[in-house]
Design a protein around this ligand. Structure first.
Ligand SMILES: NC(=O)c1ccc[n+]([C@@H]2O[C@H](COP(=O)([O-])OP(=O)(O)OC[C@H]3O[C@@H](n4cnc5c(N)ncnc54)[C@H](OP(=O)(O)O)[C@@H]3O)[C@@H](O)[C@H]2O)c1
Length: 335
């Protein structure tokens, strides 16, 4: 089979196409997925550079893929050949508490991922995909969508009429926008680009702020919100944006700490207790959360926002496109 392999953590140079890799065989409790589409996440750049942490080399990259079950190992009862499935980011977190070893079992990190013709998955690390989605659309769900779902729905437990600020318009943020609107929240969206903000408006964002033009976006959102803080903040910026997010959130509001895109910075921990802020880390999510998200996506017929689909052989161009930062939503490769 064909498989892209990260041979060494040297950036894009370390990524190579192997056209002669054996197709994996499923063992007990495992399935093999014929991959039809795969999607990129910001994390996959960290894997290329060896800064993601839990990574082995060489590794087949990417956590997010969808396709059909090609073969089932012994003792697999949930799936049959031909079922339309996606892999779960963590291969060992069916539900309940996050296991200590979850990060060691993430696809495209410590174990081989999905940027290949076939991928080996555990049966508990696979899930049926909503019937109305194409493979390209379903491939966007395992990391970005589930992270947004975990933050907005499972953890924030957002309600109609609440307010939420969402930073950026990448994969996670555009799903957060969709899930917040699905639940009737008022969304404040910030982006570096007016064009992307207009696309966010078309998807239901209520208030828009360009953080390049308005560096004090926290104060601007408070003004737009009648002087009050917001109930929730989807934090993908990290240290550099966290102080503003802490300023923006209301007393007792929640900040869901997801990413670290915006570089270094420092925060004043006193503000956390003085404002009783709930600062909650989010790490993708469990298979049970994935199932709940799929039910919601199917019920409302949600369609993921795909920025661009690349051919499998053009994987390097897909990585470069994401690095360029002009994308809105997800970058996908068809396999
Ligand atoms: N904890 C988890 O489980 C988890 C899961 C998935 C992702 N993440 C993390 O979440 C972050 C986003 O991931 P992604 O896959 O969605 O990335 P992505 O698709 O590449 O999106 C990145 C977006 O972030 C926005 N951004 C960059 N700098 C910003 C700043 N200073 N202030 C506000 N927004 C800023 C940009 O939006 P504009 O172009 O609109 O300005 C950009 O489009 C990454 O740090 C990633 O590692 C964490």
């Amino acid at each position: 089979m064909r498989a892209w392999e990260v041979l060494a953590p040297t950036g894009l140079d370390g990524l190579a196409l192997n056209r002669d890799r054996p197709v994996p065989e499923p063992g007990p409790g495992q399935i093999v997925m014929r991959v039809r589409a795969a999607a990129l996440n910001y994390r996959d750049h960290g894997v290329l550079r060896g800064v993601y942490g839990y990574t082995k080399f060489p590794v087949i990259p990417l956590s997010d893929g969808a396709g059909e079950v090609a073969a089932c190992g012994p003792a697999v009862t949930q799936f049959r050949e031909g079922d339309r499935v996606a892999g779960t980011f963590f291969q060992s977190w069916p539900g309940g508490r996050m296991p200590e070893d979850a990060s060691r079992n993430s696809l495209g990190g410590m174990i081989d991922g999905v940027l290949a013709d076939y991928a080996l998955l555990t049966a508990v690390g696979a899930i049926h995909i909503p019937a109305h989605l194409s493979f390209e659309e379903a491939a966007t769900l395992p990391c970005a969508a589930l992270t947004a779902w975990n933050a907005v729905v499972e953890t924030a437990r957002i309600k109609a009429g609440e307010t939420i600020a969402i930073l950026g318009t990448g994969g996670v943020s555009v799903f957060a926008l969709a899930f917040a609107k699905m639940h009737g929240a008022t969304v404040f969206l910030i982006s570096s680009s007016d064009e992307k903000l207009a696309r966010g408006r078309a998807l239901g964002a209520d208030h828009l702020v360009n953080y390049r033009a308005t560096s004090e976006w926290d104060a601007e959102i408070r003004k737009l919100n009648g002087g009050a803080g917001v109930d929730h903040v989807i934090e993908v910026g990290g240290a550099n944006t966290l102080s503003r997010s802490m300023n923006l959130v209301r007393q007792g509001g929640g900040i869901y700490v997801i990413g670290a895109l915006a570089g270094a910075g420092s925060i004043d921990p006193r503000m956390i207790n003085r404002k009783s802020i709930r600062l909650q880390g989010i790490h993708v999510g469990s298979r049970d959360m994935f199932a709940a998200m799929n039910r919601a996506i199917a019920a409302v017929g949600l369609r993921p926002q795909i920025d661009r689909v690349f051919a499998f052989d053009d994987a390097k161009a897909a990585y470069l496109h994401q690095q360029g930062g002009t994308h809105f939503g997800k970058i996908v490769m068809s396999v």
